[in-house]
Design a protein. Sequence first.
Length: 235
Amino acid sequence: MIEAFLPQGSTYAGHIDLLVNVILWIVGIWFVISEVVFFWLIFKFRARDGVEGQYITGEEKSQKRWITVPHALVLVCDIFLVVGAIWVWVEIKQDLPPAEAEVRIISQQWAWTFVHEGPDGQLDTADDIRTINELHVQADTLYHFKLESKDVLHDFSVPVWRLKQDAIPGRVITGWFEPTLEGEFDIQCAEICGVGHALMGGRVHVESEADHAAWVADNSSTSLASAALPTAGGN
């Protein structure tokens, strides 16, 4: 149901949607059943002329079944939810598949800084490409991200990927994503981080291999040219 409103843009988006949909259907069905029973009991035992009120202790087996049977069924449903949640958690958070590329994500009040690999294909080298509020990645490529915060608690969220990860000051958190859908999508901060929280948005550009290579070539040339300029007082 979620994918009807928001496309699935990563390899694990479908896993998360499946879990959320299972939760929605199980909780939804029990909600409808409980409400139907609730209003039926109100109607059945409503005050009526000539009918004396009953004092029900709930100790008889026929009365206890209204609690014990639904309780047992709910616990069975909980098993499916727990198993599904653990499966998704291990699949996305515990297992870290080998990276094909890396990107560093730095959050601060109130902007995102992205450090992309340059032509050498390595992060934290002289030809890195830095952008503000714009993340450029290649479709069908598995990325490791290094997420950090300069000041307060932020949250890196890309809804189309079903990715949401807190950025904690003093820590570098490693995660992964593999975009499958080309296009331009929202980046959000999903943690209230101060008065400018609502303005802390960004865009992710998911590009084809050729388009991404062209973007890297264009922007790395600009970065290297800027780095080559002499500083004040230099030779």
